[in-house]
Ligand binder design. Structure first.
Ligand code: 0PR
Length: 402
């Protein structure tokens, strides 16, 4: 992306005397014009969405809360733990422990931090599928762990046999993904759980995206998938309220099966709370508004509310997937498991299709060999129809140029 910087340095300096708010607001309006907005319906590349109206209200009201200092905000800290308990109950373990963190990246780093500290192995190795989010590359780099990436099977899931072959005495953790970034695929977490138990290894499940989708599949008539604490080998789960949870950025979640994992990363804060304070997050000062907002949203929407949101995203996903299958030049990479659709082509170059879509103002992601379309709560049927029309026109123009 090209970032435009004004040459006029005076516009970039702090003004000597402050400007009126209305002047600044109108300048912001102009300066931010080039950003996408969820309401336009053009964003199909994001796993975040427009925060729920109630979430905006709660977030603004409690903006000053700081979970970095529970001696000042003990009630917010208690609500954070209640939020973790509610998320734990969504993921089959109401006694889960953990934190509301800044997002999936921090959650994944914290998980591997715990895995590393719980093992006594020096320079340990972590096994992930090649479909894992790049936050694991960051985590391993930071934690001095070696990342071992294993291939996928024909269903785009981690090849469990390959994972087994990759085990060494240095292995400290296995990571399974429940809703991959590219295709929304869920690894065979049941098999990974067995593998972890057999080898006494830490298993982390990255359900940053899937954690708010998969628990509802069965009730909605889709094939249910086991991925959470129900499986006894699962030690920790990433689940992000700022993705399908409709919370504002930042709101990620890291949940642990039991206290030995949280204790392994717990740091004492000697000068706050008379030395009684412990932290097991990367951040010190951190948003209490985020945790309070997730608490409020879970209470307001309830399971039924979230299920309705998932239902409508999945229905739209299938509308899109079925239409794609009717288009001669396009194919699905795989049948969608969740609200993510991968689109490829045997006949036209998807890079060209991507460039054309971009020109028409669509926010779509280009993965190696396919386009990723994420159907989030801000996406409506008319947006899908517009996309399909544009796709047809683009394909027509590409073919007529040949
Ligand atoms: N784990 C998985 C499975 C993810 O898909 C992501 C991000 C993460 C972890 C990391 O989460 P944070 O970004 O909260 O740290 N998935 C999205 C993606 O890479 C993130 C995203 C969101 C990207 C909105 C673009 C965007 O507009 O596609």
């Amino acid at each position: 992306m090209r970032i435009m910087l004004s040459n006029n340095s005076s516009t970039l300096s702090i003004p000597e005397h402050g400007l009126p708010q209305n002047v600044i607001l109108s300048e912001l309006e102009t300066k931010l014009e080039n950003d996408f907005g969820y309401a336009s319906g053009k964003i199909l590349s994001s796993m975040c969405t427009s925060p729920h109206r109630f979430a905006r209200q709660v977030h603004q009201k409690y903006i000053e809360k700081n979970l970095g200092d529970p001696s000042l905000f003990p009630a917010s800290a208690k609500l954070e733990q209640e939020t973790v308990t509610m998320l734990g109950s969504l993921l089959s373990n109401p006694s889960a422990l953990g934190s509301i963190v800044s997002g999936g990246t921090e959650a994944n780093i914290i998980a591997l931090w715990a895995a590393r500290n719980c093992s006594k192995i020096e320079h340990g190795q972590v096994i992930v599928p090649i479909s894992a989010h790049y936050s694991f590359d960051k985590a391993c780099d930071l934690l001095n762990l070696k990342l071992i990436k294993v291939n996928l099977n024909k269903n785009f899931q981690m090849d469990v046999k390959a994972a087994k072959r990759a085990l060494t005495p240095k292995t400290v953790a296995i990571v399974g993904v429940a809703g991959t970034t590219g295709l929304g695929v869920v690894d065979s977490i049941g098999e990974l759980s067995n593998l972890a138990l057999e080898n006494d290894l830490y298993l982390h499940v990255d359900a940053a995206f899937g954690g708010f989708v998969l628990p509802f599949l069965g009730n909605l008539g889709y094939a249910p998938l086991d991925f959470d604490f129900k499986l006894s080998g699962v030690c920790s789960i990433t689940v992000d309220p700022h993705k399908m949870g409709l919370a504002p950025v930042h709101a990620g979640g890291i949940l642990f099966r039991d206290s030995k994992f949280t204790e392994s990363i717990s740091m004492n804060v000697p000068y706050l709370s008379e030395g009684q304070q412990k932290q097991s997050t990367l951040l010190g000062t951190r948003s209490g508004a985020s945790a309070v907002t997730v608490w409020a949203l879970l209470k307001h929407l309830g399971r039924v509310g979230y299920q309705k949101i998932v239902k409508s995203c999945l229905e739209l996903t299938w509308t899109l997937a079925n239409e794609i299958q009717q288009i001669n030049d396009l194919q699905l990479v795989t049948k969608p498991t969740m609200n993510v659709v991968g689109v490829k082509s045997d006949t036209v170059d998807v890079n060209v299709v991507f460039q054309q879509l971009k020109k028409r103002g669509w926010g779509i992601s280009l993965f190696e060999g396919y386009l990723r379309i994420v159907i989030m709560p801000h996406t409506k049927l008319e947006h899908i129809k517009n996309l399909l029309e544009d796709l047809q026109e683009i394909l027509h123009s590409i073919k007529s140029e040949k």
